[in-house]
Design a protein. Sequence first.
Length: 250
Amino acid sequence: MERRSETGGVFVCQFGGCMNDWFEWNGRRCTELGIHVLEQPVYTLPAERSTFTSVPGRSGSLTVLEGDEVYEDIVLTATCMIDSENRIPALSAWLKGSGNVTFANRSGGFYRARIVNQIAFEKILRGNPHRKFAVNFRCQPFWYQESVPEITVAQSLTTITNPGTVASEPVITVYGSGDITLMVGTTIVELTEVDESITINCEMLECHKGSASCNAQMSGDFPVLASGSNAISWTGSVTKVVIQPNWRYL
């Protein structure tokens, strides 16, 4: 595929014949709307959320972290081109709001993001229909691996391994009955009066069965799956534990 450069000449797309010239926003690839990416976002590590306090009589400052693995958002910018200004109304309707974004230079997963900037469509060359613009995605700090299968744990004292670089916030469904004590790593969760199953959504901080809230049946912290090995065990009448792990990376 060839494109016109800003000086009017023809150049050949880099990255192996334009294999890297796309992003996906909420499941739709930008090339379907005539958008091609000229420059992918730079791989950016998030900053830890922290405060710095000057202490009288002490050099430097005291660093206080808000919590373990708590990071600031990152802004990832894709610089793009369209071949006609007639496409602008359709793009304006699409490039807004919040959702999941996948970039060609980090495929196989996604960021949770929101489009926050005003988008200016600049002419590339006078008399040329091509226009260039930048989209800023304000992303939560983690990259989530896509299409991760559920993990079924059928025996207590089973170890599962988190391949990610940070702890994940899983969705855990416990199948059983009565009063159950679930242990995930070093976190202990007490569940009472379980009727067939109960789900612990560690990202939403909700315990439920279907659409019914079961928060009153749970006590203890919502567990995470730390990077590396995690032991899963329980006491009580449990037939299995099914985990949607939500592996994530910096």
